[in-house]
Design a protein around this ligand. Structure first.
Ligand code: 13P
Length: 329
């Protein structure tokens, strides 16, 4: 019997600290910059050169001076970085790291829906959440993130209707705060859909005096109990601005707790659902399975092997123009 060989489909367990050291070394040897979203594991955030929300990372990608970018996040984020850096090699630790929102809106379905609306006399512009494929981005007028959505919606001429894709919850929230009537695509994020109002109310009861901070991808039934609604960067800034210690119930992907604790260690952060166990711990079942494909091992392998890589597609040119006018201006 062979000893020490990995079982097929199972990776050997490696010390995270060794992996982090190896990643640091490989970054320099391979001329690579690592960008990491707030939703990936804290250890990956700690070895990254840029950490942030979708908007900040898209902008950061345009400032990279190395020849390679490794995007630790999900596919549409790495695709956006590639569009903005056609000449660079853009790597992603796992090509299967998708997004339930992006998958809910296929380009052929969107095209058909837009054609139907036009045929029925609608005069509209299409606003897409950044959580969409490049093929979808090439069919729309504007791209928004949770960080710039209000500004972009203000740029849509007042005489136009807005078709908002693919997140119905974000669209409904934006329609409410901007007063713009929207036609909503029926997509949603599998992580933010999972929160139950019952769990949230129980967490509030278990944490008297706490404040609920929620991502606008949450359904209305959750947002109506939120004290603060904002994207990941807005939530981070919000808690950083409060000096006295506080308890926050965090209704977004649970890895967000890591940057919050780093930015505002005076507070206590409880992921929602935050059911208290008898030992005072909280459960965190709200992890994005796609973001979770970004393991330290996958990041190391990707750096070492120079793959998987985001390949340039013909529709990237059109998509890049929409991304650039929406996110960089
Ligand atoms: P932000 O990065 O805009 O906070 O949105 C979170 C998200 O959905 C990433 O996929």
């Amino acid at each position: 019997m062979s000893v020490g060989l990995p079982i097929a489909g199972q990776e050997t367990c490696e010390d995270p600290l060794d992996l982090m050291e190896e990643i640091d070394r490989l970054k320099k040897e391979t001329d690579t910059t690592i960008l990491a979203h707030y939703y990936v594991d804290g250890e990956i955030q700690d070895v990254a050169d840029f950490v942030g929300d979708s908007l900040k990372l898209a902008r950061d990608a345009t400032t990279v001076t190395t020849s390679r970018i490794l995007f630790s996040g999900v596919h549409f984020m790495a695709e956006t970085a590639k569009m903005l850096n056609p000449e660079k090699t853009v790597l992603i630790p796992d090509l299967n790291a998708g997004c339930s929102l992006a998958e809910s809106c296929r380009p052929e379905d969107l095209k058909m829906f837009q054609d139907d609306l036009r045929a029925n006399g609608h005069n509209f512009e299409t606003v897409a959440y950044i959580n969409t494929s490049a093929a979808v981005k090439s069919l729309v007028d504007w791209i928004v993130t949770s960080g710039n959505a209000r500004e972009i919606i203000d740029r849509v001429p007042a005489d136009k209707e807005i078709l908002f894709v693919p997140d119905q919850h974000l669209g409904r929230y934006l329609s409410e705060v901007t007063g713009r009537k929207m036609i909503l695509w029926p997509g949603s994020c599998m992580v933010h859909e999972i929160f139950s109002v019952q769990d949230l109310l129980r967490a509030k009861r278990n944490n008297p005096g706490s404040e609920v901070v929620a991502h606008p991808e949450c359904p209305h039934s959750i947002l109506e109990h939120a004290d603060f609604i904002g994207g990941t960067e807005a939530i981070r800034k919000h808690v950083m601005a409060v000096a006295e210690p506080h308890t926050y119930l965090v209704a977004t992907e649970a890895n967000m707790i890591h940057p919050l604790e780093k930015a505002a260690p005076q507070h206590r952060f409880v992921p929602v659902p935050g059911v208290m166990t008898s030992t005072g711990e909280t459960c965190a079942c709200n992890r994005c399975p796609h973001m979770a494909l970004n393991t330290l091992q996958a990041v190391r392998n990707c750096l070492r092997d120079g793959k998987p890589e985001i390949e340039w597609q013909p529709f990237f040119d059109k998509a890049r123009d929409v991304v650039a006018k929406s996110l960089l201006k």
